[in-house]
Ligand binder design. Structure first.
Ligand code: ATP
Ligand code: MG
Length: 434
């Protein structure tokens, strides 16, 4: 098993010498401070609504609030995010996406050109530099990426579709009510992709391939995700879908037909209705969802104003057809914990758990006194369950003796197995990692 995916529970008294934690990290060394000082005293954070994932993540030392809508992401969370980013990279690059990185500090000129400087209102975080020039901290990058492509004078139709994406950039939005921890922050991670195509048909094909990649991503994570038709909001464009994780605390209302494939965010329908507009026979069932992704077919809305063109087969300049596609990286992380966890124990999608295996070795002296270590072991087991490592391996008395029996608890299913050393290695070897 790669040492990078396991963690060992050992008291700090045993971990002083450096070489001991080489094979895997010791729990006692991990900077995962549980129950950090209560932030109740910080008046700026009072009144922020909380939810299960936020409470569990704070209690487990995964996140810590700093100021409204902003968090410290502690090491275990960063590990999990890095894994999620690797999966997103695989899926985006699988459909031809190329990763780039654009400035977060964006000149107001670009935003005035698209008219969003005024349209965005108070949500846009604005600032002035020392020369008095206006800037914003980018909430999204349509303006920036379209300008970049417009600067290229030699873009040929042969290079299309062009799919450019960023995956580890922070987005800034001055949300009126930041809440629910990482679910609605003022500073958060988003994967944003932008596509450039030569025709409307080609742009639709690209749009479909991105939607399919999003669906695959959620399947790999083991999350049930519903794709619904959605409003285009201030991004604009002609066609749009949201990817929603059904959850009671979700802020979106969804209508899904029981008989056909129709599903929509209620905001796209003229009135609350129960009859399906697509098949006309099915009944629409309402549920709530957390929006984890959003795709837009933009047409020429941005490429026209910024003059993003390519040269066609006759060597004539043509305005590109565009799409844009967002995934809320930090929101996916929190939403997964929200929908998978119990009230007092975190559960992760196996692929992105910070550590997939937690090893509880025998306590020192456990051969001598059998009762005391067992009690202690149960406390450690309870903690391991609360933190949600997908597999917990208890190396007890039996494993140390001839019989070589390892107790393995699979936390997703609650199943306990007793395995020989070979059986254990075989099981762990089959744990999927990214
Ligand atoms: P919402 O309706 O929840 O405010 P949005 O429609 O404004 O979101 P988009 O512009 O579609 O958001 O952004 C793409 C994705 O970024 C969203 O689907 C969501 O997953 C994520 N996201 C948006 N706003 C936030 C936020 N304040 N905190 C965390 N993630 C966010
Ligand atoms: Mg959206």
């Amino acid at each position: 098993l790669p040492s990078s995916s396991s963690i060992i529970w050992r008291p700090s008294s045993l971990s002083h010498s450096r070489h001991i934690h080489k094979p895997g990290l010791l729990v006692s060394r991990l900077y995962q401070p549980a129950n950090l000082r209560d932030v109740g005293a910080d008046t700026r954070l009072q009144g922020e609504m909380t939810c299960k994932s936020q409470r569990l993540m704070q209690q487990a030392g995964l996140i810590h609030p700093s100021n409204p809508g902003c968090y410290y992401y502690l090491p275990a969370t960063v590990r999990s995010m890095e894994k999620l980013v690797r999966i997103i990279d695989q899926e985006m690059q699988g459909i031809g996406g190329q990763k780039l990185d654009m400035p977060s500090l964006c000149s107001a000129d670009l935003w005035k050109t698209s008219e969003r400087w005024d349209l965005m209102g108070k949500e846009l975080l604005r600032l002035k530099d020392r020369h008095g020039a206006d800037y914003c901290l980018a909430p999204t990058h349509e303006e920036a990426v379209t300008t970049l492509v417009a600067h290229q004078t030699t873009l040929s139709y042969r290079q299309l579709p062009l799919l450019l994406y960023q995956v580890i950039t922070r987005k800034f939005r001055d949300e009126p009510k930041p809440k629910f921890g990482l679910l609605r922050g003022r500073e958060f991670y988003m994967k944003d992709m932008y596509s450039f195509d030569s025709s409307e048909e080609a742009a639709f094909e690209t749009y479909e391939s991105v939607c399919a990649a999003y669906a695959r991503l959620f399947t790999r994570l083991g999350l049930r995700c519903v794709q619904v038709q959605a409003d285009t909001g201030n991004i604009g464009g002609k066609l749009s879908h949201e990817f929603q994780l059904p959850a009671d605390i979700g802020e979106d209302r969804l209508l899904v037909c029981g008989s056909c494939s129709f599903s929509a965010n209620v905001e796209t329908l003229a009135s609350d209705r129960t009859e399906c507009p697509q098949c006309k026979t099915g009944t629409l069932v309402e549920s709530k969802g957390i929006e984890v992704g959003h795709t837009f077919y933009l047409g020429k809305k941005y490429s026209d104003v910024f003059n993003a063109t390519f040269s066609n087969a006759q060597n004539k300049p043509c305005v590109a057809e565009m799409g844009c596609y967002g995934l809320g990286v930090t929101r996916i992380l929190a939403a997964a914990i929200e929908v998978m966890s119990t009230e007092d124990a975190i559960r992760w999608p196996g692929l992105i758990a910070p550590y997939q295996v937690c090893v509880l070795p025998p306590k020192k002296g456990s051969k001598v006194n059998e009762t005391l270590p067992r009690l202690r072991g149960e406390v450690r087991l309870k903690d391991a369950s609360r933190l949600g490592y997908p597999y917990v391996v208890v190396v007890g008395q039996a494993a140390v003796e001839e019989t070589s029996r390892y107790e393995v608890i699979c936390q997703q299913t609650g199943e306990t197995m007793f395995l020989s050393k070979d059986g254990l290695l075989d099981l762990l070897g089959r744990v999927e990692t990214v």
